[in-house]
Design a protein around this ligand. Structure first.
Ligand SMILES: Cc1cc2nc3c(=O)[nH]c(=O)nc-3n(C[C@H](O)[C@H](O)[C@H](O)COP(=O)(O)OP(=O)(O)OC[C@H]3O[C@@H](n4cnc5c(N)ncnc54)[C@H](O)[C@@H]3O)c2cc1C
Length: 374
């Protein structure tokens, strides 16, 4: 048996944006952290996402999730500034407010009704504005004539998510977090003083363990008396050549990056572990984008890709600590960019302190099993 370095205080399984955000917070609490990550064969939502830090419409069916998302969004500017100061990497976080554009009156009415109910229960700075064509055009002058209006929320923003990912890894390196690539975890056994983790890169002994392995959590969680019933949901995205700045607010499905390219997305497909692309879906996304902004008809598409979301049955995060294996936690969600600040600043601090406030209980996976048992 080979041991990877000294025993650590906490092992984080998964080096995606969720695992690295948690590792960031744990190292800030002064803990010795080891991150075990899979190799290049892994599915990695963290490398294929749309990079929104988004509040609008989040938590329609779960007010705690709406409040949690907002807390993260409120922490983001400070979190981004600290990451940049520490690593020198500009992650281009902006919070100019975001839009969802509608192409029919019915769509706008329905959206205003559903989201209005939710946002009425949130603080004033996340008020939802429902705007007609003229009001949207005053802010987004390049919209096409088919846009009947849209909803706007001032709390929405976006970031350069690949640079965020890079900055989290760089911060981990600077703080002495041990990052083990090609370390697919095969087995985890509770020991008298924590956990023994058997991985492809050797064994690791840790006082605590956080499962943050994205889709891999479904297999790992039962080893620790936890439950993480996540499934893949594919999103396809494409990006154009760099264009002169014309869009200063992100849309829920289209945004101009800090580098100038326009990202167009993003489908929701139940296709299992297929991270490929299809011309039919990409064609529909492109056609819709041109209806929003006719100038995009002339833009050259550079790249398209598919990536798999890490989706729980109700779409909300799963945060749990094990009742049978004290010191074991699971953290998984489908909005890991938006929630990065809350994961690093709040959730990691609770894991470090072994405190689990009532505000986290609604996110337990027991909500799925309790419903079945009822
Ligand atoms: C198309 C698309 C658009 C998105 N848009 C947004 C958005 O705009 N805003 C937003 O907030 N979120 C968005 N997301 C979601 C966001 O990308 C994810 O929530 C986030 O990346 C999940 O990160 P993760 O670390 O949990 O998972 P992953 O990135 O999948 O990382 C999991 C890691 O765990 C490792 N792993 C798995 N099994 C094991 C094992 N047994 N042992 C060791 N390591 C293991 C893998 O190697 C991988 O590195 C989007 C996702 C997609 C797919």
């Amino acid at each position: 048996m080979r041991f990877q370095g000294d025993a650590c205080d906490v092992a984080v399984i998964g080096g995606g944006v969720v695992g690295m955000s948690i590792a960031h917070g744990l190292s800030a609490a002064g803990l010795r952290v080891t991150v075990l990550d899979e190799g290049d064969v892994a599915f990695r939502a963290s490398r294929g996402n749309f990079a929104l830090v988004w509040v609008q419409g989040k938590g329609l069916a779960m007010p705690e999730y709406a409040r949690w998302t907002l807390r993260s969004s409120d922490l983001w500017a400070d979190f981004a500034a600290d990451l940049t100061a520490e690593t020198g990497i500009d992650i281009a976080h902006r919070r100019p407010g975001g839009f969802a554009l509608c192409l029919s009156e019915d769509e706008l009415e329905q959206r205003a009704r559903d989201l209005g109910r939710l946002h009425n229960h949130l603080p004033g700075h996340v008020r939802l504005e429902v705007l007609d064509h003229k009001a949207v055009k005053a802010i987004l002058p390049d919209i096409g004539p088919e846009v009947v209006g849209g909803t706007y929320c001032p709390a929405d923003g976006h970031v350069n998510s690949l640079r965020l990912f890079n900055a989290l890894h760089e911060s981990a390196r600077l703080r002495g977090v041990a990052y083990l690539p090609n370390a697919r975890v095969r087995a985890i056994t509770p020991t008298t003083d924590g956990f023994r983790i058997v991985s492809a890169a050797g064994d690791v002994q840790a006082g605590k363990i956080v499962l943050a392995a994205g889709l891999g959590n479904a297999r790992l969680a039962p080893m620790l008396g936890l439950h993480a019933p996540v499934r893949p949901q594919r999103g396809q995205v494409m990006v154009t050549e760099k264009l002169a700045p014309f869009l200063h607010h992100p849309l829920v499905n289209l945004r101009q990056t800090d580098e100038g390219g326009v990202m167009i997305g993003n489908s929701q497909e139940e296709v299992g572990l297929d991270a490929g692309t299809s011309l039919a879906v990409l064609g529909d996304l492109a056609a819709q984008a041109v209806r929003y902004f006719p100038l995009l008809a002339r833009a050259q598409l550079l790249r398209s890709w598919g990536a798999l979301r890490v989706m729980s049955p109700d779409g909300h995060p799963i945060y749990d600590r094990s009742a049978t294996c004290p010191g074991a936690y699971v953290v998984t969600c489908h909005s890991g960019i938006t929630l990065a600040a809350a994961h690093a600043r709040i959730l990691a601090a609770h894991i470090a302190a072994d405190s689990w406030p009532d505000t986290l209980s609604p996110f337990s996976a027991r909500r799925f099993t309790d419903v079945q048992a009822a």
